[in-house]
Write a protein that binds this ligand. Structure first.
Ligand code: AKG
Length: 285
């Protein structure tokens, strides 16, 4: 695609993510965009893959990355990646795929995915890490729609990793969810393409049917994949990780190798609801 940015200087070009200037503007402002993404045939192909690969998990909410079955994770990564990456690559420039997976939500009142930011997957100081969330089955209010705090990718700080990190919004996450976050309706065939720093989450699946989503993470070209781990004693360690990390790692594991950084007694400032609301308002004005 040729647009005005093609002839701008290279510094500017390296700072953009979306090929389309309108998407880029919305993405910079909100941290996500909803786009028409896949044809019915592509959705069908992903659903066929989901059914055939069969995670063996038939209750609750799970991303396929959390399966203990490494062959399943590797197959899901390969098949989702092969279908979703070429579509994402048409929308964003300067990226490469990291890992593909399914996000499955069986019916049940305990299936909320509460507000969160995704783990840090690479240095985010120059380029955001991108996620795509592509519903393969209907996502209605009953099924549990996506909610987002628009613009929060710009002002939330802190490290994110496994098995759990203190987050500056956590004490107030229910009020933030109920009073500030906005619902993002996404039809089958559309996708939310987002900066993984943006605060997001989904309501429980109160319908009778299983919800299936295809997902993929993409890193800026040549970015080094990293993972932050926090020990039960509060020691945070950052690791450079290998290509098979996401298909072999289980939450709770200490990543293999030598850490490139260690931080003792890691903590973050807890923000009050008013502080979060005022930062949110400032980012929208
Ligand atoms: O699939 C869901 O319901 C939530 C997904 C999500 O929050 C994520 O991809 O980080």
């Amino acid at each position: 695609m040729i647009d005005s940015r093609t002839i701008e200087n290279s510094d500017t070009v390296t700072q953009t993510t979306f090929r389309d200037a309108d998407y880029e503007t919305a993405f910079q402002r909100d941290g996500y965009v909803v786009v028409d993404f896949a044809t019915p045939e592509i959705v069908e192909a992903l659903l066929e893959s989901y059914t055939r690969l069969n995670s063996g998990i038939d209750s609750g909410y799970y991303p396929s990355l959390m399966s203990p079955d490494q062959d399943y994770k590797a197959a899901a990564n390969e098949e989702v990646g092969a279908i979703v990456w070429p579509l994402l690559n048409q929308l964003i420039e300067g990226y490469e795929p990291l890992v593909g997976y399914f996000m499955v939500k069986h019916p049940g009142p305990e299936t909320e995915v509460s507000p969160h930011q995704d783990w840090i997957l690479a240095d985010e100081s120059e380029h955001p890490t991108m996620g795509v969330w592509l519903p393969l089955t209907e996502v209605t209010e009953q099924v549990g729609q996506m909610k987002v705090l628009p613009g929060s990718h710009k002002w939330l700080t802190g490290l994110r990793g496994s098995p759990g990190f203190p987050m500056e919004w956590e004490a107030e996450h229910e009020r933030v969810r109920d009073e500030l976050m906005v619902t993002v309706p996404i039809q089958v065939g559309q996708a939310m393409v987002y900066d993984i720093r943006v605060l997001h989450g989904t309501a429980p699946n109160r319908s009778q049917s299983t919800r299936v989503v295809g997902s993929l993470y993409a890193l800026a070209e040549n970015a080094i994949p990293i993972h932050f781990y926090k020990s039960p004693e509060g020691l945070v360690q950052g690791y450079e990780i290998a290509d098979d990390f996401y298909t072999t790692f289980m939450i709770g594991d200490v990543p293999p190798g030598e850490p490139f950084i260690e931080i003792k007694d890691y903590s973050v400032e807890q923000l009050s609801f008013d502080e979060i609301a005022s930062r949110y308002a400032a980012s929208r004005s």
